[in-house]
Design a protein around this ligand. Structure first.
Ligand code: ADP
Ligand code: MG
Length: 746
């Protein structure tokens, strides 16, 4: 087949048909990296860059500060392999020398390193420097044989890509060079000149060249800024467009008069008091949020409101108010939860809350038996079921509501815009249901303005009355005896403990944009330390959890210890969690799969091992699993991090505050770069270049916002004279961001 001359068509060609020499070797591995077309290849951006313009002599490492990425040409004098992490993950050490001195390189969990490195090898290494006493250690460096190096790979700023089995860094670099020469530099500009000027952005062709093969870091930064701006523009255009087009949609108003409002609130408060055993008036924030929802529901345009509230801030009661309001107005309401367990938990809570109002609640999940499922479907279709709680099963085509007036989506970041859309489409007859989204991920306010720009937001701050504060401490791994004693005491008192095992793979604080990706490279390739592919991370983490589970069964005997991790089938995981909830287990060991919002009132201890490897938001969320009853609760952050380090500071911040929003702000300050976990969970599409923790990028986001507001018309459309931009947004590299695909639709 002839290769099209039109550059735009060429970009969309599958690699196999592209006529690029690299197409063959890249075909299978490319797919694993998500590279299907020429465009995908061009936008497979470096994870980082190594400055190999200058090779260091080992003797000079002494003058370089810790944390600097250094490169050197060295000889391997010995290779040693040790097991750690309870023998599950191995550490490989290579002893290095050159004519001026010596150093060591260490790799964590990289089994292939030992096979690739041998005594006497001459290699280039490149990685972060870290002193251990007088020893200079290069941590998890990339390396490649000195013989295999061409000028694409050394003597310049070298792009380091995410790799996968079957494609070496060298091959990928060569493929990139070829694609850039033929199609990259000629990439048709899609930004209008005015926008490009105001964003001080280089042309896209130039940006692509410089992002892969920068002549210097200034050019690289300009290129990254351009690509970041493009992503932010796509994000904002998508949000503005969705918001404007929704303003034109119709919804049936759900009017709630004062008397009914008061009756529903009273019923909720009575139910809370019954459950808790003390008076439990709605908190001022709950009350205000309900007021906001009430005003939204009264309108003829569909509500789209996000309730953000820390774990335990009482979002369910607010949701229950809305569900009741819809039901009492004769409409149906549905509540969507991300897991079976959570849906069942909501069923119980919501049913209790709505009991006094005489509103029945129906469950629909994938695990229902055929007969129960048929009954539920019938009740939903006939309108007999005023309130339905369920999982993804609710989104299936076979589910049709008689008259859906309200959809509530819990843990909204777990669902994509599309999934939300398919629920909204169940409103029927051109009418949209009102939508209430809920999230437990606090994010800094400044950030919220950017990423929730298409939503109305209500915030629940602080915990309801009667909540016990959780005491949080930091312990070194060697100091845990007292902790385990405490776990035993708690168990004797009928309480339960979660133990979370250290995250494997790149630490949450690392700046790897793509998270854990890539894999071992082949012989000539550079092999980085933090490139374990997701499945390997998951497996290694599960193995670590299993090992810790075995160990703790001994250490804590005769306590009953359970185990959950991402490698278990969902049903088994749910069963284990249910056993923990029901008191058949005293201790639950696991990975962060324990974080999903199960409410276990008797859980009073949370032990988080390797705490420095988690993000602040995640630590906070994990901690929120305890302190849900009335008993004193504790969180132990186990870490080797030395006092005075940023890592330790971050843990101290967690120990010092129980306010998720305050913590989010603090996380922001402590980590100007890199992924703030809360951000990854905010439901924001995965941005490949833009980093909203970076103040420059936040400024760009504001600019992009202004541009988007000006570009998009009242009906949510782009002007007809920008076909190139429209194409890039709809089918180009910005499509996912534009469409609002979330980062983590699990
Ligand atoms: P989340 O916001 O994490 O979903 P929940 O809705 O599960 O929080 O509420 C957490 C706990 O707080 C529940 O046990 C609930 O019964 C309790 N709660 C909710 N509202 C109040 C209130 N106004 N006063 C006291 N306790 C409350
Ligand atoms: Mg909840």
């Amino acid at each position: 087949m002839p290769i099209p001359v039109d550059p735009v068509e060429r970009l969309s060609l599958p690699l196999a048909l592209s006529g690029l020499a690299a197409a063959g070797p890249l075909r299978r591995a490319g797919r694993r990296l998500g590279i299907e077309t020429v465009r995908d290849l061009l936008f497979h951006l470096p994870r980082r860059y190594d400055d190999l313009r200058e090779l260091m002599q080992l003797a000079n490492l002494h003058y370089v500060p810790d944390g600097t990425v250094v490169s050197a040409r060295v000889r391997v004098t010995a290779v040693r392999v040790q097991q750690t992490w309870r023998r599950k993950v191995q550490v490989t050490t290579a002893y290095l020398e050159d004519d001026t001195g010596a150093a060591e390189a260490t790799w964590f969990g990289r089994r292939f390193v030992e096979r690739r490195l041998h005594e006497g090898d001459e290699i280039f290494v490149s990685g972060k420097l870290k002193r251990r006493g007088f020893t200079m250690v290069i941590e998890g460096p990339d390396f490649q044989p000195a013989s295999a190096v061409s000028l694409l790979h050394v003597g310049r700023i070298v792009p380091v890509y995410r790799l996968t089995a079957g494609v070496s860094a060298a091959r990928l670099r060569a493929a990139m060079r070829e694609a850039l020469d033929r199609d990259g530099r000629a990439y048709p500009e899609y930004l209008p000149p005015k926008l490009r000027r105001e964003a001080a952005a280089p042309p896209i062709g130039e940006a692509l060249e410089s992002v892969h093969y920068p002549p210097d870091f200034e050019a690289r930064d300009a290129a990254l800024l351009r690509l970041a701006y493009d992503e932010l523009l796509a994000l904002q255009i998508g949000m503005v467009a969705r918001r404007r087009s929704r303003g034109r949609d119709l919804a049936a108003p759900i009017a709630v008069d004062d008397a009914r409002d008061a009756a529903v609130r009273a019923a909720l408060e009575a139910s809370l008091a019954r459950k808790l055993g003390f008076e439990a008036p709605l908190t001022p924030d709950q009350s205000q949020t309900i007021g906001e929802i009430r005003a939204d529901l009264a309108r003829a345009t569909p509500m789209l409101r996000l309730v953000q509230g820390d774990v335990g801030s009482g979002k369910t009661a607010v949701a229950a108010w809305a569900l009741a309001a819809a039901a009492l107005a004769g409409r149906q309401a549905a509540m969507l939860a991300p897991t079976d367990l959570l849906a069942r938990q909501h069923l119980a809570t919501v049913a209790a809350l709505l009991d006094d109002l005489g509103i029945p609640v129906t469950l629909l999940t994938g695990s229902l038996e055929a007969k129960a499922r048929r009954n539920a479907l019938e009740a939903i279709a006939s309108g007999q079921a005023p309130v339905v709680v369920g999982t993804h099963a609710l989104l299936q085509e076979s589910v049709s509501f008689a008259d859906l007036g309200l959809a509530v989506v819990d843990e909204q970041h777990r669902f994509g815009v599309e999934q939300r859309g398919s629920l909204e489409a169940k409103g029927g007859s051109g009418r949209q249901p009102h939508v209430l989204l809920m999230t437990a991920t606090p994010i800094p306010r400044t950030l919220g303005q950017v990423i929730y720009a298409d939503l109305d937001v209500s915030t629940l701050r602080g915990a309801p009355a009667g909540r016990v504060p959780i005491r949080t401490g930091i312990r070194r791994p060697v100091e845990l005896e007292g902790t385990w004693r405490k776990v035993r005491e708690e168990a004797d008192a009928g309480h339960r403990t979660f133990v979370v095992v250290p995250r494997i793979g790149p630490a949450a604080g690392s700046d790897a944009k793509d998270g854990a990706g890539g894999a071992e490279a082949d012989d000539e390739g550079w092999a980085g330390d933090d490139e374990l592919p997701d499945e390997d991370v998951e497996t290694a983490w599960a193995a670590a959890a299993e090992a810790e589970y075995e160990r703790l069964r001994g250490e804590l005997a005769p306590l009953r210890v359970g185990l959950v991790h991402g490698r278990l089938k969902a049903v088994d995981r749910d069963r284990e969690m249910a056993r923990f909830r029901d008191g058949e287990l005293d201790v639950l060991v696991g990975t962060t799969v324990v974080e999903v919002g199960v409410d276990v009132a008797e859980a009073t201890m949370m032990v988080i091992e390797g705490a420095e490897r988690f993000g602040l938001a995640q630590l906070h969320q994990l901690r929120g699993r305890v302190g849900r009853g009335t008993a004193d609760s504790f969180c132990v952050l186990v870490s080797e991090a030395a006092e005075g380090t940023t890592e330790h500071e971050r843990l101290r911040a967690v120990a010092a505050t129980s306010d998720g929003f305050e913590l989010a702000e603090r996380d922001f300050e402590l980590r100007r770069e890199g992924n703030v976990l809360g951000l990854a969970q905010s439901g924001l599409p995965r941005l490949r270049v833009a980093t909203l923790t970076n103040p420059d990028h936040r400024e760009l986001a504001s600019l992009a916002r202004l541009h988007a507001e000006a570009l998009v018309d009242d009906e949510g459309r782009l002007p007809a004279d920008l076909p190139d931009l429209a194409r890039e947004l709809e089918t180009g590299w910005l499509a996912r961001v534009f469409a609002g695909d979330p980062a983590s639709a699990a």
